[in-house]
Write a new protein. Structure first.
Length: 93
């Protein structure tokens, strides 16, 4: 059954260079049902997608409601913001 998503909560994890390493996600549907995702990075690629815009992409393994899965995790940042976060370490994220 497919229902509209009413909430998505994401707790992303980052390394010392402000590159995402994984995360935990809970998605809630209109009917109150939830889906839980846990992902961990195994591959990473970061590049300047446009002037001043950093795009970080990660291939991940994980689970959806406990069932093994693969995932793609992408974060886009202003390059100055990303550099500032990286200089402060993972506690800043």
């Amino acid at each position: 059954m497919v229902v509209p998503v009413v909430e998505a909560r994401v707790a992303a994890r980052f390394d010392d260079g402000f590159r995402h390493t994984g995360g935990d996600v809970t998605i809630t549907g209109e009917d109150g049902g939830t889906t839980a995702l846990t992902i961990d990075r195994f591959a990473f690629f970061g590049f300047e997608a446009a002037p001043g815009r950093l795009l970080n992409e990660a291939g991940c393994t994980g689970a959806i409601d406990g069932v093994p899965a693969v995932a793609h995790f992408e974060c886009g940042w202003d390059t100055e913001y990303a550099a500032g976060q990286a200089s402060r370490g993972p506690a800043a994220a």
